[in-house]
Every structure is written in structure tokens, then in C-alpha cells.
Design a protein around this ligand. Structure first.
Ligand SMILES: *[C@@H]1O[C@H](CO)[C@@H](O)[C@H](O)[C@H]1NC(C)=O
Ligand SMILES: *[C@@H]1O[C@H](CO)[C@@H](O)[C@H](O)[C@H]1NC(C)=O
Ligand SMILES: *[C@@H]1O[C@H](CO)[C@@H](O)[C@H](O)[C@H]1NC(C)=O
Ligand SMILES: *[C@@H]1O[C@H](CO)[C@@H](O)[C@H](O)[C@H]1NC(C)=O
Ligand SMILES: *[C@@H]1O[C@H](CO)[C@@H](O)[C@H](O)[C@H]1NC(C)=O
Length: 338
């Protein structure tokens, strides 16, 4: 049975099975943006989860998998606005979402976030992303307009000083007309020049197929860390994050890819995530960073490069980074000697 995922708030992700119309109605009546104690009791969700959790209908395959692994499963009730019909959902703490073991030693030095920011700072709001929290985020500017980024990028390779972004962001631009910053704070940012731009040879503007590019920059500050590159495709139901232009967290969950497009199938070079309708949208060229399920450490991998939305804003469309693993490695090898 096909599934689709919704994000109820910043810390609860919820999956429902298709064809469960009752759940559709319940979801429609849940004010997902303003969950208060009262609405937790009555309009929406009853019960609490201690930490950020992913929730599914209790008969979902993911729940069975976690039950086998003896992970703690918290049951919540979804109520309609009248406190009437309720449905039980099963939630798993994100700390129990473990990853694939990796034998690649290289992965030990990538994908580690700074949950308190770098330098440490307080969040302006619960959804604010801190400077240096995901220390692989970067922004690309046209030199004549150094205040408005053309788009975001992700630092992925140390020796090549390589950043990953979309082809649509940099196509037709000259490397010497671009600058990159690793900090958005106007007091601290210090631009570096771009040495080389590699846009995918088969980028198709009309279909967004192969919408990927890598850049090599002059230097990268020592506090920056690389995001990991994917080894295998992201698993269905993985919880990921993206960041909006105004620097807020956006929960993204990987649905079955057949859900990404209203008519037809997505090209393998593209992928989508389920998002909350009418929420903010991710920054262009920015990454979708996922906590891979099979490592004990919290390691973020960049699985997507944000392009646009689809299915009427319910899905965010990304370049499927896994699809370009070899292409990216080939280009970064060349960046070493620039
Ligand atoms: C959330 O609740 C607060 C306080 O009740 C209210 O001021 C605010 O407008 C609400 N926001 C939304 C998005 O409904
Ligand atoms: C909301 O509920 C929690 C747990 O029951 C309680 O500790 C907290 O004080 C409540 N907050 C408000 C504003 O009522
Ligand atoms: C979807 O993308 C279009 C075109 O980029 C944009 O105008 C629209 O605001 C987006 N809608 C949502 C819900 O993100
Ligand atoms: C991405 O590309 C890989 C490799 O071509 C493919 O196996 C996978 O199904 C694609 N989609 C996702 C969501 O990973
Ligand atoms: C990567 O480089 C190798 C060796 O030059 C080449 O055979 C291969 O086709 C390249 N792959 C891609 C996807 O560019």
C-alpha cells in the first residue's frame, strides 16, 4: 500500500496510508501551525512525544521494523475538532533512526552538525537555524549584488574545495563574476572567489533533468565541515531537513517517489520530499540533509538540491544527488589541482 507523509509540526512527522479517508479529514482539521496544550488535547493530537519523532499508522512497515529492533514506540491519538473520532498513531523517536554502517573512513569526517551553532548562540525562535549549525551551508552571489544570494550551496569536498548547487543557479555565469560566503551575518562574512564552475553537460532547463552543478572556490574557512555524499539512495520515510530563505527549519520526509508527480513518473535524476502545504519553501540550490538511518552518530548526508515544488506545493522537488555520485566524484577530483 502506498504511503504519504505529512509534517504536523517541527517535531512530529506523520505518515498515513492511502485510502484512509478518515485520516484525511482529521488531518484537514488539525491546525498544524499552532499546536497549543488545548489543541493537543482536543483538536489535534492527544499525548506527547518526548523528542522529535516520526509517526505512522500503527500497522505501517516502519513501525514493525522498529518494534523488531525493540525501539520505544509512543502511541498518540489524533482527534477531530470535536474531540470525536480518534485514530491511534505510533511514533518513534528520531534518536532511534539508525543508519547503514559505512566502511568508508572518509565518512567519519563529514556531516556533523553543531546543534548549538558555531559560534554558539541562542535561537531566535524554535525553528531558527543557527549560524554554523549545519556547517556545510554556503551562499553564492553575483559580485555586483553582494547582499542577495543567487542561491545556496553545500560544501562537499575538502581537497577540491567543492560546493554543490543547482545548474539553474550558475548556468551561463562566469566563475570570476561570482563570490561565495559561508556566513550570512553581514558583520562576519568574508567572500571568497570562485575558481571553476562545472554545470552538468546534459542539463535540461525545460525538464530540470540533470539540474546539478559543482563549483571550486579559492578557500574554505577551517570551521566549515563537509556534508556527506550519499552512497545509496535514501530510504523511504527518512526524515530530512531543508532551510528556508529566512533561515527556518523545514522538515522534509521522503515519500514513495510515485507520489512526486501528478501525472507520470519522475526522472531518476530528480526526487521529491513531502512538505507541509503553505509552509516556507527551501532556499534554491540548498541541500536536503538527511540523518541516514544506519550510523550511531548523527551524520547528515546531502541527498537533494532544491529546485522547485510540485503537486501543488505538497512536494518539494530536488535533484537526486545519489544519481550523480560518480559525476560529482569525477568533477571534485579535477578540482584538487585548480
Ligand atoms: C497562534 O496562536 C497565537 C496565540 O493564540 C496567535 O496570536 C497566532 O496568530 C496563531 N498563529 C497561527 C498561524 O494561527
Ligand atoms: C502544557 O502541558 C504541559 C504538560 O502537561 C505542562 O507542563 C505545561 O505547563 C502546560 N503549559 C501551559 C501553557 O498550560
Ligand atoms: C511553488 O512554486 C511556484 C513556482 O516557483 C511558486 O510560485 C509557488 O509559490 C510555490 N508554491 C508553494 C506552495 O511553495
Ligand atoms: C535516485 O537515483 C538513484 C540512482 O540512480 C536511484 O536508485 C534512486 O531510485 C533515485 N531516487 C531516489 C529517491 O533516491
Ligand atoms: C567518470 O570518469 C570515468 C573515468 O574518466 C569515466 O569512465 C566515467 O564515464 C565518468 N563518469 C561520469 C558519470 O562522468
Amino acid at each position: 500500500m502506498a504511503t504519504f507523509l505529512f509534517v504536523l509540526n517541527t517535531c512530529i512527522l506523520y505518515t498515513k496510508s492511502d485510502g484512509t479517508e478518515k485520516l484525511d479529514e482529521l488531518y484537514a482539521e488539525t491546525d498544524s501551525k499552532n499546536i497549543t496544550n488545548a489543541s493537543l488535547k482536543c483538536e489535534g493530537i492527544e499525548g506527547r512525544v518526548a523528542e522529535c519523532s516520526e509517526c505512522y499508522t500503527c500497522d505501517h512497515e516502519a513501525v514493525a521494523r522498529h518494534r523488531d529492533l525493540k525501539h520505544e514506540i509512543t502511541e498518540l491519538k489524533l482527534n477531530d475538532a470535536n474531540c470525536g473520532a480518534s485514530e491511534t498513531i505510533c511514533c518513534i523517536s528520531q534518536k532511534d533512526l539508525k543508519f547503514r554502517e559505512s566502511t568508508n573512513a572518509d565518512r567519519l569526517s563529514c556531516g556533523r552538525s553543531n546543534p548549538e551553532g558555531y559560534p554558539r548562540a541562542l535561537r531566535a525562535s524554535i525553528r531558527s537555524v543557527l549560524q554554523g549549525e549545519y556547517p556545510w551551508r554556503a551562499w553564492i552571489y553575483y559580485w555586483q549584488d553582494p547582499n542577495t544570494p543567487l542561491c545556496a550551496a553545500t560544501y562537499i569536498n575538502k581537497e577540491g574545495r567543492t560546493l554543490l548547487t543547482s545548474a539553474s543557479c550558475v548556468e551561463g555565469r562566469r566563475a570570476d563574476a561570482l563570490i561565495v560566503r559561508f556566513n550570512r551575518d553581514p558583520e562576519r562574512y568574508h567572500p571568497v572567489s570562485v575558481r571553476r564552475i562545472d554545470v552538468h553537460e546534459h542539463y535540461d532547463k525545460a525538464t530540470l533533468v540533470n539540474d546539478i552543478a559543482v563549483l571550486s572556490v579559492e578557500s574554505v574557512p577551517p570551521w566549515m565541515q563537509r556534508a556527506c555524499l550519499p552512497i545509496e539512495p535514501v530510504l523511504l520515510g527518512t526524515a530530512c531537513i531543508a532551510v528556508s530563505d529566512n533561515n527556518l527549519y523545514l522538515n522534509q520526509v521522503v515519500p514513495r517517489q510515485s507520489k512526486c508527480k501528478e501525472n507520470g513518473i519522475l526522472d531518476n535524476s530528480l526526487m521529491c520530499s513531502a512538505t507541509l502545504k503553505d509552509d516556507y519553501i527551501p532556499e534554491l540550490g540548498g541541500g536536503m540533509y538527511c540523518l541516514d538511518e544506519q550510523s550511531n552518530a548523527n551524520i547528515y548526508t546531502v541527498y537533494g538540491v532544491y529546485l522547485t515544488n510540485s503537486t501543488n506545493g505538497l512536494a518539494a522537488l530536488y535533484t537526486n544527488v545519489t544519481h550523480f555520485s560518480e559525476w560529482i566524484i569525477n568533477k571534485t577530483e579535477k578540482h584538487r589541482n585548480i
